[in-house]
Design a protein around this ligand. Structure first.
Ligand code: HEC
Length: 152
């Protein structure tokens, strides 16, 4: 076809992250300058991103609990948590009715006054619930998440 040429496609060029003998280290792409932060990934609010203040878990919301925030939370809860905890939070979700371990009801004084504690969330909430499922795959929460958690 006249006007349709391939030379821009077939010209020698380095595709991202492929080999190249142009640089001594054999990589086509240069390593990031240490300390580089991608746009939008500054994460200057350490408490928001880690839940920790000077290595200790904080116990206050890192942003105001507005009506909008609460509504978003309820919507997320209904999607991700209610299968076990039920929409009412009594621990009698549909999965539990079919034989999954019964979580505690949220309507206890102990949980109402529990601290906002990120490690507690991992150890007491996430790990026990996931281990039930991961056991079937001959693995565990610690094994799957261990390395990733140490990144935080
Ligand atoms: C697959 C089922 C399942 C899902 C989904 C689930 N949980 Fe749980 N949750 C459990 C079980 C089981 C326990 C009891 C763990 C224990 O005490 O050993 C629990 C415990 C808890 C506790 C009490 C921990 C304590 O200190 O006693 C809270 C709070 C909680 N979950 C919140 C949530 C939230 C929020 C979500 C959604 C983001 C969620 N859970 C999703 C099964 C689940």
């Amino acid at each position: 076809m006249a006007g349709c040429r391939l030379d821009m496609h077939t010209q020698p060029k380095v595709l991202p992250l492929t080999k190249s003998d142009f640089f001594e280290d054999g990589r086509g792409s240069r390593a990031l300058v240490p300390g580089t932060i991608a746009r939008g990934q500054l994460r200057a609010d350490a408490y928001l991103y880690t839940g920790m203040i000077n290595g200790k878990p904080g116990d206050f919301m890192p942003f105001p609990a507005t009506r909008e925030v609460l509504e978003r939370g309820r919507e997320r809860f209904n999607v991700y948590c209610s299968p076990c905890h039920s929409r009412m939070g009594d621990g009698n979700g549909i999965v539990v009715q079919r034989g999954f371990r019964h979580p505690p009801s949220f309507h206890t004084q102990a949980l109402r006054t529990a601290p906002l504690d990120y490690p507690h969330y991992l150890e007491r909430q996430l790990a026990p619930a996931l281990d039930v499922v991961l056991k079937l795959l001959s693995t565990s929460f610690e094994r799957e998440a261990g390395e990733q958690l140490s990144l935080f």
